[in-house]
Design a protein around this ligand. Structure first.
Ligand code: AMP
Ligand code: GLY
Length: 425
């Protein structure tokens, strides 16, 4: 079996390391991959968004299965194109990926099918958006670009002035391009946030172990929103009771809603939830594995990932029993100083062995390149250091101990990943 994994981040590295456990897979190709991934897969220089180039690579290599991991190629129809050419894929088709690619679509879906989420309005005219904000006069106001924006298109305005600035930035200055042609303005919710990724083939939906991301750049949740600075799993806030409520009011209804809309979702559906005083509500859907949630969730998966992915593709997920470890996991992201804004690349990374790893932890490479046997920084998020433990505290201590020994010039990381959670049972 030859498998092609599309993408180049820590999440793709986590998928590849898990797929490597399957004995039937002889070769994993990753496009484009990165320096650290090249120790676990053959990397090919085709961009994740190059649909034709990827099809050509898949056909030339005669791959038996393809995992389409990032949001952009999914939203562009990579799965559709590969499947039309006879290559089975894990990852939703374009018309199902819209659940992430358009926030306006996902909000309307939730309204139509009574799935709990923040109250909202959608605007394509900045004047009308501003008039609505003035009329509501309720802060913080949450203003979101409709389209994909690398997890950065959500602005939370504390007062009127900030709200005006946010609307201008998204809709007039187009800080995120066409993603801001439409905006969603919604009610501000409070409560702990939990990420739940779920495997679904449209017939059944199996939630994975819960996790929690830390999206802000700095300690104490200060600074700009990033792609994610660290994760823990499972989330102590996500009790069995909450899980049952989510299954009944959110997970199954979402799967069924997509079926009814003729947009059956097959792949990994990501639920970004907030556990509000009125119960769990959806903050966002993603049509893919989360990054860096995957870096704490997949190491806890006991069942073979490739078997699950093929069952999802074949619509036979109900035949599989998915088992999870009862350990905890923590992942601390080492980023380039300056991220998520501008940063320097090309610093040598110390503390890694020749495979880009370190004993006792799993080092997921996000933005690295390898030259003459050495690893160098090559992106905003550089490494994700994952450790497991009997308790969350133990996992965090192990991860932070390794963070002290692996690094590079101008490195930035959060020192408080999971800190507030480690004492919660
Ligand atoms: P999203 O990209 O939609 O997940 O939003 C990014 C982050 O903004 C979320 O993880 C939340 O921390 C925050 N956020 C989004 N929507 C809301 C909301 N309605 N109320 C409060 N915080 C929100
Ligand atoms: N960690 C959030 C995301 O993958 O969108």
């Amino acid at each position: 079996m030859k498998v092609l994994v599309i993408g180049s981040g820590g999440r793709e590295h986590a998928v590849i390391r898990k797929l490597k456990e399957n004995k039937a897979i002889d070769k994993i190709i990753c496009a484009p991959g990165n320096g650290g991934i090249s120790a676990d897969a053959e990397c090919r220089n085709v961009k994740a968004t190059d649909l034709e180039g990827m099809l050509e690579l898949a056909l030339k290599e005669k791959v038996d299965f393809c995992v389409v991991t990032p949001d952009d190629p999914l939203a562009m129809g990579m799965t559709d194109l590969l499947e039309e050419n006879g290559i089975p894929c894990f990852g939703p088709v374009k018309k199902a990926a819209v659940i992430e690619a358009s926030k306006a679509f996902s909000k309307e879906l939730m309204k139509k099918y009574n799935i709990p989420t923040a109250a909202y309005e959608i605007f394509d005219d900045p004047q009308k958006a501003l008039a609505y904000i003035e009329e509501k006069n309720s802060y913080p106001a949450v203003i979101k670009a409709d389209g994909l924006a690398l997890g950065k298109g959500v602005l939370i305005a504390e007062d009127h002035e900030a709200a005006v600035k946010a609307v201008r930035e998204l809709m007039v200055d187009k800080a995120f391009g066409a993603s801001g042609n439409k905006v969603v303005i919604e009610e501000f919710m409070t409560g702990p946030e939990v990420s739940v990724l779920a495997f679904t083939d449209g017939n059944v939906i199996y939630p994975m172990i819960s996790s929690m991301d830390h999206k802000r750049a700095n300690d104490n949740d200060e600074g700009l929103n990033t792609g994610g600075m660290g994760t823990i799993a499972p989330s102590p806030f996500y009790t069995k009771e909450t899980a049952e409520i989510c299954m009944k009011t959110i997970f199954v209804p979402t799967m069924e809603a997509m079926n009814k809309e003729g947009r059956t979702f097959r792949g990994c559906l990501y639920f970004g939830l907030m556990l509000t005083p009125d119960g769990p509500k959806v903050v966002e859907y993603n049509c893919r594995f989360g990054d860096p949630e995957t870096q704490v969730v997949l190491p806890l998966l006991k069942t073979d990932l490739f078997d699950i992915m093929r069952a999802v593709h074949d619509g036979k997920l109900a035949d599989i029993d998915i088992e999870w470890s009862d350990l905890s996991a923590a992942c601390v992201i080492e980023a380039s100083g300056g991220y998520p804004e501008s940063y320097q690349k090309g610093y040598e990374i110390y503390g890694l062995d020749e495979n880009g790893q370190k004993d006792g932890v799993i080092v997921y490479h996000a933005g690295t390149k390898k030259e003459n046997g050495k690893y160098y920084t090559n992106g905003g998020r550089v490494l994700g250091i994952t450790a497991l433990g009997e308790t969350l505290g133990e996992a965090l201590d192990r991860s932070y101990a390794a963070v002290k020994e692996i690094g590079f010039e101008n490195m930035h990381y959060r020192t408080d990943i999971g800190r507030k959670l480690r004492e919660i049972k």
